[in-house]
Write a protein that binds this ligand. Structure first.
Ligand code: PEP
Length: 262
């Protein structure tokens, strides 16, 4: 079976202006090696996507949009569509907990965005995860199930090959609270089992599943070793040059170990 690439996505959220973002990319580019089994993806402010797309070596970095609107064009003042992002970004975050909880995006909105991304040849990174209350109530698997079914309705098994799933427990994002490796393993297993139920064994084996939630340089290797985890979605630590470089180099190490044991 083909090995799944390691994916490291840096979500800069609403930080760094265009100039700062460009300098940040310039300073890390010197130290990010190109590795065929690791993809390093940057999600800067939408304003910086165009200039950074001209600056990067696309073998070294891919770009992701943090958000977009589900319609392709029209009278939607202030919005950016996947059609406008097409060719500029390889990935787009969809259903990030900050979009779900601060901007009240529903599963219906998220489903429409997944469809828009796929229609525009952008790989959606579907973020799913339970709240602290759902965890306390033992509802993690139900939540993951509902968000997966809600986000992936209408996605065919062929289209699923372009979809990345990110398990991001809401209570772990930006809080410094770490999910335990065993919780991450359980959630990842539940996600693959649901994908198997929806799309079959081969899809469950091939789909990329990431973990995100307060990952730092010193915890990255642990999560990268969790069975079934194919990479990390990093918020805060992706804005710290040394921390991000260290996380990327750990993904290189994890990919190399996999190569050696294949
Ligand atoms: C995120 O924004 O997806 C995230 C995981 O943030 P942090 O790493 O800061 O928790």
């Amino acid at each position: 079976m083909a090995q799944r690439k390691k994916l490291i996505i840096g979500n800069w959220k609403m930080n760094l202006n265009v100039h700062e973002a460009s300098i940040f990319v310039h300073t890390i580019a010197k130290d990010v090696a190109v590795h065929r089994d690791v993809e390093v993806v940057l999600a800067p402010t939408a304003l910086a996507l165009q200039p950074i797309s001209l600056q990067i070596n696309r073998r070294q970095f891919k770009l992701a949009a943090q958000n977009f609107y589900h319609q392709d064009q029209g009278a939607f003042t202030g919005e950016v569509s996947a059609t406008q992002l097409r060719g500029l970004v390889e990935y787009a975050l969809v259903g990030h907990s900050e979009r779900r909880h601060i901007f009240h995006e529903s599963d219906k909105d998220i489903r429409a965005k997944v469809q828009a991304a796929i229609r525009n040849h952008i790989k959606p990174v579907l973020c799913i995860g339970e709240t602290a209350q759902q965890k306390a109530d033992g509802e993690t698997n139900d939540c993951l199930h509902d968000q997966l079914v809600g986000g992936l309705a209408n996605v065919t098994s062929e289209e699923l090959e372009k979809v990345v799933i990110a398990y991001e427990p809401v209570w772990a994002i930006g809080t410094g609270n770490n999910a335990s490796p065993s919780d991450v393993e359980k959630a990842t297993r539940a996600i693959r089992s649901q994908i198997k139920h929806l799309y079959g064994e081969a899809s469950a084996e091939s789909v990329h599943v990431l973990y995100g939630g307060s990952v730092k340089a010193d915890s990255a290797a642990t999560y990268l070793q969790v069975p079934g985890v194919d990479g990390l979605l990093i918020g805060g630590a992706s804005l710290d040059r040394q921390a991000f470089l260290s996380i990327v180099s750990k993904a290189h190490g994890a990919a190399a170990t996999q190569d050696a044991s294949a």
